[in-house]
Ligand binder design. Structure first.
Ligand code: NAP
Length: 273
């Protein structure tokens, strides 16, 4: 098992470039099977959220695994209904309790909720100052939301977790985030399995002797972003981290650029003021 490649965050911390997404994994047996396969395959980065209702399952699975806390990278997110000064702090403390941890590696505002996101950002800045989280970031923020945040934040986010995949390439946002030293985390990097039949990707899978999913993930890795694919299938969990031993050529990366079609498979924050 090779150590997963890490990216350096603006605050000096490091994040493993492949993590396991945990959305929709609430069945205990399925959660354990996926988590155990991930640990055995070398994953150390796990992406949960208050809204996923599995922080406790994650905490329990980690304890059972025997992996040391300091070797893991754990992200959770403040759910939209918990935004605001008091609720965000209280709910975060409940997250820590469910995870049975003294700190998380990264806490994100799950969505750019108008008005309340400003107060909630101040709360997560405070959590970092208290060492209850090592890093702070946002999710589903557009360039507009980030520019507003620059006006009220004491500290900028080091991560913006957004939907990004071959069919939603997010070039402008990626350039903007890179100019501000904000790492993009690509969520739904497999487009939530809603477009697994593209011919160009299929042909590249044959050419590079890797799977369709691995071509999608490798493209994102080469764009310099973090990927957090989800799978409840242990075989696919292993497949999805096995993306570091090949390289897509510059010419093929250019061909893949043409697949962008602004396909949102989750929520689209563009219209949020
Ligand atoms: N911040 C946010 O607002 C937000 C929103 C959405 C997602 N996320 C995060 O991003 C993570 C990943 O996103 P996602 O779950 O939406 O979608 P995804 O990872 O793009 O795709 C998951 C789907 O792909 C299938 N799949 C996984 N590996 C595969 C493979 N190798 N070959 C074929 N199919 C495969 C899975 O089915 P099986 O399970 O049956 O394998 C599942 O149906 C989430 O779990 C969550 O942590 C964050």
């Amino acid at each position: 098992m090779n150590k997963m490649q890490e990216l350096k965050l603006a605050d000096g911390n490091k994040i493993p470039q492949v993590g396991l997404g945990l959305w929709q994994l609430t069945d205990q047996a399925k959660f354990k099977a996926s988590f155990n396969a991930a640990i055995a395959a070398g994953y150390r980065h796990f992406d949960t959220a208050q809204a996923y209702h599995n922080e406790q399952l994650l905490g329990d699975a980690i304890k059972e695994s025997g992996v040391k806390r300091q070797d893991l990278f754990i992200t959770t997110k403040i759910a939209v209904q918990n935004f605001g000064e008091k609720k965000s702090r209280t709910s975060f403390m409940q997250s820590l309790k469910r995870l049975d941890m003294e700190y998380v590696d990264l806490v994100l505002l799950h969505f750019p909720i108008p008005l309340l996101r400003k107060k909630t950002w101040a709360v997560v800045e405070g959590l970092k100052a208290e060492s209850l989280t090592k890093s702070i970031g946002v999710s589903n923020f557009t360039i507009n939301h980030l520019k507003q945040l620059e006006g009220y934040a004491k500290e900028l986010p080091v991560v913006n977790q957004v939907e990004m995949h071959l069919f939603l390439q997010q070039d402008r946002l990626l350039d903007y985030c890179q100019s501000k030293n904000i790492i993009i985390e690509a969520y739904s990097p497999l487009a939530h399995a809603k477009a697994m039949d593209n011919e160009v990707i299929g042909l590249m899978a044959v050419k590079y002797k890797h799977s369709y999913a691995q071509i999608m993930l490798r493209w994102a890795i080469q764009k310099g972003v973090v990927v957090i694919p989800k799978s409840a299938n242990p075989k696919r969990v292993v497949e999805n981290i096995d993306v570091m031993d090949f390289e897509i050529s510059d010419e093929d990366m250019t061909s893949l650029t043409k697949l962008n079609k602004n396909l949102h498979t989750c929520w689209n924050p563009e219209l949020v003021p």
